[in-house]
Unconditional design. Structure first.
Length: 235
């Protein structure tokens, strides 16, 4: 993929965050990874969504060094590139970070989001994990890189393929997908099921029963499993 195309794709995905009511002000960012060049396009730091243009999409390498662009990349760049280093082999080429309201509420509680029903399991295989609290040394050191490290503690092997989201304790969600727009969709679904789970949890005092494992498996696998049958078959 040429870098201009990558920047356009990432710009479009960033603007989609606004359209889907997932961000306000400058609270969030989308990045995209190009497997051919092994480079990442990411939103510039602190630029309001009303002002975003292609020039605000900064190209960095997998160490976070700026390769192309006149702007400072997102402060979350080191988190994004560290996740790509681990996840790209599983086809993850888009990452989103937001402070969407309900997902962030769960992050501030420091709780996994329970999987209560099929709406959740149609996209996420089980509870949405929340990271542990970071230590003072981790916060005062390479904070953004260490944010990725506590995320990666929750993901072994190819777990990122079945679980496209994580909550960073006291902070907010990071979400990923095969493309930047795919990651935006997963962010929208995460916010939707975060709100439903909050209502289920509070209405029952945390006693709402989780989905049956057999039903979780059926709903997830009919869309994403080896023998998936959801949707139209390609001609």
């Amino acid at each position: 993929m040429c870098l201009d195309k990558l920047k356009q794709e990432v710009l479009h995905a960033n603007l989609e965050l606004v359209e889907r009511n997932l961000v306000i002000s400058t609270w969030g960012n989308v990045s995209g990874y190009d497997p051919e060049t092994k480079l990442v396009a990411i939103k510039a730091s602190g630029v309001h969504y009303d002002e975003l243009e292609t020039k605000h999409m900064v190209i960095v390498d997998l160490d976070g060094n700026v390769v192309e662009g006149e702007y400072v990349p997102s402060t979350d760049t080191q988190t994004h590139v560290a996740l790509y280093k681990r996840f790209t082999e599983y086809g993850i080429h888009g990452i989103v970070h937001t402070h969407s309201q309900y997902a962030t509420m769960w992050a501030q509680l420091g709780m996994d989001i329970p999987c209560y029903g099929t709406t959740h399991s149609d996209y996420f295989y089980g509870d949405i994990p929340c990271t542990r609290l970071m230590t003072a040394d981790e916060i005062n050191g390479e904070y953004e890189k260490n944010t990725a490290e506590v995320i990666l503690e929750r993901f072994e092997g190819d777990a990122c393929k079945k679980m496209n989201a994580v909550l960073v304790h006291s902070h907010g969600p990071f979400v990923w997908g095969k493309t930047p727009l795919d990651a935006v969709l997963h962010s929208q679904v995460l916010e939707y099921i975060s709100r439903m789970a909050y209502c289920n949890y509070t209405l029952t005092g945390g006693e709402n029963q989780k989905i049956q494992r057999v039903l979780l498996d059926r709903h997830y696998n009919r869309k994403f499993g080896e023998n998936a049958y959801y949707g139209q078959k390609k001609q």
